[in-house]
Design a protein around this ligand. Structure first.
Ligand code: NAD
Length: 504
């Protein structure tokens, strides 16, 4: 099975990723074997990984079967008792050593990420540090899984609430942050005392498998961290139906999230979901236009727009609308499109062709309905996965891009008049992951921070993620939280214990 449907050759880009992969110090990082029950398996069948910039084949990987998944679940269950019995500090030491190995191999991991995912190398390096940060955070947080004592409502009793590991956990992870979405889930599960089985996205298995090698080297015991690659439906079915899998964490599309939630209902698992976004970015006319543009570029074009936090709707107050559009268009025109391994690249290819096609369809729809398109068309000749960074102004609510997530480097700008009006428009969507507000009015910032319906809000900043924050969304953007102290709770059960007859 080949995961990228279109092969294309763009002469100046071909060979970049294979050359970098051949030069890796760690050849085992591209062996393409999966980790099941402490053994690296190559699989009876193999899948091909391609460089999304060129369509070139860059590696072969194992295609695990449902039977492999059954073995993994059994191995995880066997490993649970010993792992939960380790002192949290000991589990933390293993997580810290895993983080430190990731940082030692940062460059090689970043090259793998860029080669299979497409993002610029500088962003890939940042992802490795971000990903290692979750392991470090949860290494410490595991020691703080405090319970409670409750002032008793009955005489001669002691009421206690304990936090206990839930059992075997499973993670299904996306291709846009192929390393950090694994460590964000695995760090929390392992710190809580749970074994975890990871199924990464078929497009980006190499960096995931490399991170698994480092987990083994860090001393994560057999069966406690396993990783299986292959067909998503075939591999998720055993996870969903098996009663031994107690928790499921997923990051990806809302559509697949709904399917998994439904599937997990069979065995009533604890489910956490990080799904799509459609973040509003509100710019009031009391702010400095250049500052707002800087924030807008960061919020829209990081990860080439393939980020669930990406701003999708820029609502700009009428007083600065023209000035903002001109300055934003000029800044967008500066972004350089190319292969992620070229150090001058700002915008790489879309990892998947359907994502690029969706961007093009949204642009066509908006232009047909009267939007103005600003784009240099730079990069179109590089291949079908490339989408030149674009700005659409005068977007109206009837256009697809105004109510559908883009997940690519296309910015939609809409004018607004009043705070009340823009608040209602920002909230009139079923997604509620992130939001952004630029204003110099403290009163307005306080009012809006209460009223905007989303899980994460940046006021006068486009950069707010990190291991210590509760990452997650409202409405159809998800369930539960990752990172922060709340992230640990997704892998733990509360147990209330009442000790009676204390006087006797
Ligand atoms: P997706 O939801 O199809 O893929 C995410 C993960 O789910 C991958 O591991 C994939 O193999 C797995 N998967 C897919 N179908 C499955 C199924 N039926 N059963 C079990 N697992 C399944 O995402 P996509 O289609 O590759 O991307 C499309 C859209 O998803 C994007 O445009 C974006 O809106 C959203 N997305 C969001 C995030 C995020 O960070 N929240 C990440 C990636 C994609």
């Amino acid at each position: 099975m080949v995961h990228q449907t279109v092969r294309h050759k763009s002469s100046d880009l071909v060979g970049l990723a294979p050359t970098h992969l051949q030069n890796l110090r760690r050849r085992d990082f591209v062996a393409g074997a999966a980790l099941v029950d402490g053994r690296w398996i190559v699989g009876e069948q193999r899948d091909i990984v391609v460089d999304p910039a060129t369509g070139e084949e860059i590696a072969e990987i194992a295609r695990c079967s449902a039977a492999d998944m059954d073995r993994a679940i059994a191995a995880a269950e066997r490993s649970f008792a010993a792992w939960r019995a380790l002192l949290p500090a000991r589990r933390g030491a293993i997580l810290r050593s895993w983080a430190s190995l990731m940082l030692d191999h940062s460059e090689e991991l970043a090259i793998l990420v860029t080669s299979e995912q497409g993002k610029p190398l500088a962003e890939a390096r940042h992802e490795i540090a971000y990903g290692a940060g979750f392991l470090e955070w949860f290494a410490a947080e595991g020691e703080r899984a405090y319970g409670e004592t409750i002032p008793s409502h009955k005489p001669e009793t002691l009421l206690q609430v304990r936090m206990q590991p839930i059992g075997v956990a499973a993670a299904i992870t996306p291709w846009n942050f192929p390393v950090a979405m694994i460590t964000r889930k695995a760090g929390a599960a392992l710190a809580a005392g749970c074994p975890i089985i990871v199924k990464p996205a078929p497009e980006t298995p190499l960096s995931a498998l490399a991170v698994a090698r480092l987990a083994e080297e860090a001393g994560v015991p057999r069966g406690v961290f396993q990783i299986l690659v292959g067909n998503p439906i075939e591999l998720s079915a055993p996870l969903l139906r098996d009663t031994r899998v107690r928790a499921l964490s997923f990051t990806g599309s809302t559509q697949v999230g709904r399917l998994l939630l439904e599937g997990a209902a069979q065995t009533v698992k604890k489910v956490s979901l990080e799904l799509g976004g459609h973040a509003p970015f509100l710019i009031f006319d009391d702010v400095d236009v250049d500052r707002a543009v800087k924030g807008a570029i960061a919020a829209k074009f990081s990860t080439s727009g393939q980020d669930c936090l990406a701003a999708n709707r820029f609502y700009v107050q009428r007083g600065i609308y023209g000035a903002f559009v001109d300055a934003f268009a000029a800044a967008v025109a500066q972004l350089k499109v190319g292969h992620g391994l070229d150090p001058t690249t700002d915008i790489g290819p879309m990892t998947k062709l359907p994502v690029a096609n969706k961007c093009r369809a949204q642009i066509d729809d908006a232009v047909k309905k009267g939007a103005r398109l600003f784009s240099t068309n730079q990069g179109v000749s590089l291949g079908p996965n490339f989408v030149p960074p674009a700005l659409l102004s005068d977007v109206t609510e009837g256009m697809l891009i105004a109510h559908e997530e883009t997940f690519g480097p296309v910015a939609a700008v809409l004018p607004f008049d009043s705070e009340e009006e823009v608040t209602a428009r920002a909230n009139a969507n079923e997604m509620g992951l992130a939001g952004y507000i630029y204003t110099d009015s403290l009163r307005r910032a306080l009012r809006l921070s209460e009223q905007i319906e989303c899980g994460m809000l940046g006021i006068n900043t486009a950069s707010f993620t990190g291991p210590s924050i509760p990452f997650g969304g409202w409405k159809q953007s998800g369930l539960g939280r990752e990172g922060s102290r709340h992230g640990l709770a997704e892998y733990m059960e509360l147990k209330y214990v009442c000790f009676g007859d204390l006087a006797g």
